[in-house]
Ligand binder design. Structure first.
Ligand code: CDP
Ligand code: CDP
Length: 231
């Protein structure tokens, strides 16, 4: 007698990149719900590291302090609903802290430092293991270098655009104080893992599209990538 042949649907990886307020998080959240994926917002990881370094009084230029501190942070992951949250020393910073003005102003400066990016590389790739351990069918990861550096072989690579004026309007509607043009400039011009369209990515300009339209378009692409799991 042969043991029963068990088939697992393939583990799905979706990479979404784009500038600030291009719609990455809202789109990724919607796809995570529709396709049972872990939602990994890597911007929140850079923000959590930044909040911790700011709290310790470390400046992005202080490489000695960064080299001494980063390996000791050893972040963990807490899964809340479908979202992965970074914990440092057992504490996940509140979303309000992560999106406060101090972190908004500092995050792109820390994110341009190769040591900071290197410290986060394995942690981000390790989210696939977190997703598997929690029974998700895959993950949708959003950021600036997901399709170019973190998961260049993702099943689907997406790059979201929107005009700067529209993106500023979206952030203002959320009541956030955030100079997104300055972050975009720093993120695009840095030497290590700059914001760029990954090879083979599906690029979507959402300036005149609703969130629902973007999600419908991408859902069709995800559904075409692999068959849905058996109910
Ligand atoms: O939500 P928003 O698009 O405004 O920003 P975010 O995704 O929370 O990312 C905050 C900052 O983290 C970005 O401006 C980048 O400097 C940095 N980041 C990065 O360098 N690489 C990533 N994969 C994700 C974020
Ligand atoms: O993650 P990212 O910074 O790229 O953007 P987001 O936080 O998902 O989106 C910023 C805001 O724009 C949210 O309030 C979304 O609901 C809104 N949005 C929109 O109005 N139209 C879209 N096509 C996408 C997002």
């Amino acid at each position: 007698m042969h043991p029963p042949f068990i088939t697992h649907p393939p583990f799905l990886i979706i990479a979404i990149d784009g500038g600030a307020a291009s719609g990455k998080s809202s789109t990724a959240r919607a796809l995570s719900e529709r396709f049972n994926l872990l939602h990994v917002d890597t911007g929140s990881f850079y923000r959590a590291i930044t909040a911790e370094l700011v709290r310790r009084g470390i400046a992005p230029e202080d490489l000695d302090a960064l080299r001494a501190t980063l390996p000791a942070l050893a972040p963990g992951t807490r899964v809340e609903g479908r979202a992965a949250r970074m914990e440092i020393a057992g504490r996940a910073p509140a979303p309000a802290e992560l999106r406060g003005p101090a972190v908004n102003a500092a995050v792109s400066h820390f994110a341009a430092v190769p040591e900071v990016r290197a410290a986060l590389l394995a942690y981000q790739r390790g989210q696939a293991g977190v997703a598997r351990a929690h029974g998700f069918r895959g993950l949708v990861m959003e950021g600036r270098d997901i399709g170019t550096v973190i998961f260049p072989d993702a099943d689907l690579r997406v790059f979201l655009h929107a005009d700067p004026e529209e993106r500023a309007r979206r952030r203002a509607l959320e009541g956030q104080q955030d100079s997104i043009a300055e972050r975009d400039r720093l993120d695009t011009r840095r030497k290590t893992a700059p914001l760029a369209i990954p090879p083979g990515a599906t690029a979507i300009d959402s300036t005149h599209l609703t969130l629902a339209q973007v999600v419908e378009h991408l859902s069709a692409l995800v559904a075409a990538t692999s068959p849905p799991p058996a109910a």
